[in-house]
Design a protein around this ligand. Structure first.
Ligand SMILES: [Zn+2]
Length: 171
């Protein structure tokens, strides 16, 4: 259907469009544009291209629904409160002295002792190392899982209309 004999004129400059016409929304109005007008307007942010063929658009899966804290970036984790106890217990269970574990972690024994006494927090990347060496968990996601799961009830995504409807239902 597109092409074959159909002639388009740019609704911006009035010239006959050679080649592909651009359907775009300019300042809220749908228009057919020539390439040069479209480029000019889209560069200044006034034109938004319309999709001509909605067929077979690859649908993006909602990523938000996934609950895989393992893939969160490091800065979205924080140490569990009893990290030092977990480290000490796991180390002792393996029969390692603090100096053995310190060597494996490439940190000083003094530092490890400070960590195990809770006086010092290991960095996230050090905590990761300890986790894998001792097979324990020291880090948890900073965000509560509930909050990322139920993004639809986030007040930030409600429009005014939604709020009004909710209130009416409650009356
Ligand atoms: Zn034009």
């Amino acid at each position: 259907m597109p092409g074959t004999g159909q002639v388009y004129y740019c609704e911006m400059c009035g010239r006959r469009i050679e080649g592909r016409p651009y359907r775009a929304v300019v300042d809220g109005v749908e228009m057919v544009l020539c390439a040069s007008c479209y480029l000019k307007l889209s560069r200044s942010g006034r034109a938004v291209l319309l999709r001509e063929a909605p067929r077979s658009q690859p649908k993006k899966k909602p990523v938000l629904k996934r609950r895989t804290p393992k893939t969160l970036p490091l800065d979205q984790y924080e140490l569990v409160e009893d990290y030092y106890e977990r480290i000490r217990r796991a180390r002792e269970a393996k029969g390692w002295t603090t100096s053995v574990l310190a060597q494996k972690l490439r940190i000083s024994e003094t530092m490890l002792r400070r960590i195990e006494s809770g006086k010092m927090k290991p960095s996230i990347s050090l905590a990761r190392k300890i986790e894998s060496l001792l097979k324990i968990e020291l880090l948890e996601p900073t965000e509560l899982p509930d909050m990322e799961e139920d993004y639809r009830s986030d007040p930030g995504t409600l429009t005014l209309g939604d709020v009004v409807i909710v209130r009416k239902d409650e009356d």
